[in-house]
Design a protein around this ligand. Structure first.
Ligand code: SAH
Ligand code: SF4
Length: 421
């Protein structure tokens, strides 16, 4: 295509309408004021969006028709399209969604597990994606294998929560056809306690939510999509929106030091997890290219700053890979780092990804590594679940699906996606 033809093709594309779920209550109030619509209509609209998880304007029966029409002309009301849903033995559910432009993203629903990020009162944790693919290319992660395609918009992050709750609600409301993958035809529930309430009118205050714990650990590097992520988290956290407490939201980063400092300035008390995976620069460089840009000393300084500003405990994630980072010397260095940062440590046995030849250490080795930490009074846990159930969150389902279907992800006008950072 010539440059001219290309620019005229671009010119013909109508501008995207903002999606209604990318707006805060204050933004909607300002818009309704311009329209001279009463403010209580905003709260009615928000109840449709976040309590009833509506997917069509027509269903918003208590809003006057002219207002609904105005909304429909001005805003999009997108919903994620389910491609596949897989349930694992431990009842972890993986969802693969297709976005408007054909890209695929993953979301994983994990039943209550206090040892993970939540506490014993948590019902379900949802692991959400923030980007299509990832630019950071860590040498153990499926998400980075096909590079970075684009950032998710706020509503695409928010929708992952709503779409899973909608899916669960419809399963409870209309039992049939278990593996169809179609939320409208889905089958019997195995989350009866929370799910059965979802199809009913919601109780104010969000007591009926299926998901009360969020981990931003799906596909992508959250802090490389900072603005959209913060907006989405504010919507999910708001009393008029997702109603998920800030302390129940954990953000995981591969270590973007400047953005960690920026996060420290935010008013919300989100939790922070740092994917460490190497306790010195040599090991970390081997696994995580981001470490060349922000080496450990710089990262540690940013984390200390974060901890001082927030007064919150950080979690260090450490995947155990045989012969790469499982030496007891690494455990000793990790203990020094954890103590300095007053951080807790999550040890995660490496999950096999086809493209990498790594293996997880034996259980005895994993336990020996843990013992070094515990002996040094570091708060540490070792994930003992059978492999593949939870960490397959990280881009593996999408990768397999795209390879199996030979889907070439659509690249928008403007050419090759580039590294965002
Ligand atoms: N980009 C962010 C968040 C997404 S990755 C980050 O890197 O923190 C979420 C977590 O899954 C990270 O701790 C990551 O290191 C881990 N992970 C990725 N691939 C994995 C694998 N094959 N086995 C175990 N954990 C993995
Ligand atoms: Fe990206 Fe995180 Fe995977 Fe690294 S571990 S490639 S930063 S998603």
């Amino acid at each position: 295509m010539t440059a001219d033809a290309k620019s005229s093709a671009v010119a013909k594309t109508p501008p995207r309408r903002p999606d209604i779920k990318s707006l805060t209550r204050d933004e909607l109030l300002a818009q309704f004021k311009v329209w001279e619509a009463p403010q209580y209509r905003v709260d009615q609209l928000l109840a449709w969006l976040y309590d009833r998880r509506a997917t069509g304007w027509e269903s918003m029966s208590n809003l006057p028709k002219p207002l609904r029409e105005l909304l429909a002309q001005t805003y999009g009301l997108g919903a994620l399209a389910l491609v596949t849903q897989q349930g694992a033995g431990d009842r972890t559910k993986k969802f693969l969604w297709r976005l408007e432009d054909g890209h695929l993203i993953e979301t994983v629903l994990i039943p209550a597990n206090p040892a993970l990020y939540g506490d014993p009162s948590d019902r379900h944790t949802l692991c959400v994606s923030t980007q299509v693919g990832c630019a950071y290319g860590c040498q153990f992660c499926a998400s980075g294998l096909q590079g970075w395609k684009r950032n998710l918009r706020p509503e695409e992050i928010v929708e992952q929560v709503l779409a899973v709750e909608r899916w669960q609600g419809s399963r409870t409301a209309a039992p049939a056809n278990e593996e169809s993958g179609d939320p409208r035809q889905a089958g019997s529930a195995d989350f009866p306690s929370a799910g059965s309430r979802i199809s009913n009118p919601p109780t104010p205050g969000g007591a009926d939510r299926l998901i009360d714990n969020l981990v931003i650990m799906g596909m992508g590097e959250p802090l490389a999509n900072y603005e959209a992520l913060m907006k989405a988290l504010r919507i999910l956290n708001a009393s008029w929106g997702g109603k998920i407490g800030a302390r129940k939201i954990t953000l995981s980063t591969s270590g973007l030091a400047p953005q960690i400092r920026r996060l420290a300035e935010e008013p919300e008390q989100f939790r922070l997890a740092l994917s460490l995976h190497g306790a010195n620069d040599w090991v970390r460089n081997r696994l995580m290219p981001v470490n060349r840009k922000y080496p450990l000393a710089e990262l540690m300084a940013a984390l200390e700053y974060y901890r001082e500003k927030k007064g919150r405990m950080i979690t260090l994630e450490f995947i155990l890979i045989a012969g790469v980072n499982d030496a007891l010397e690494q455990a000793r260095l990790l203990a020094v780092i954890a103590r300095k940062l007053h951080a807790r440590v999550n040890l995660i046995p490496y999950n096999q990804v086809e493209d990498f030849s790594w293996e997880r250490p034996t259980e005895a080795k994993q336990e020996a590594f843990l013992k070094v930490l515990l002996d040094r009074q570091v708060m540490a846990t070792l994930r003992r679940e059978k492999g593949g159930d939870i960490d397959a969150a990280c881009g593996q389902l999408r990768l397999k699906t795209e390879r199996a279907r030979k889907v070439t992800p659509h690249v928008s006008e403007g050419g090759t996606p580039r590294r965002p950072d």
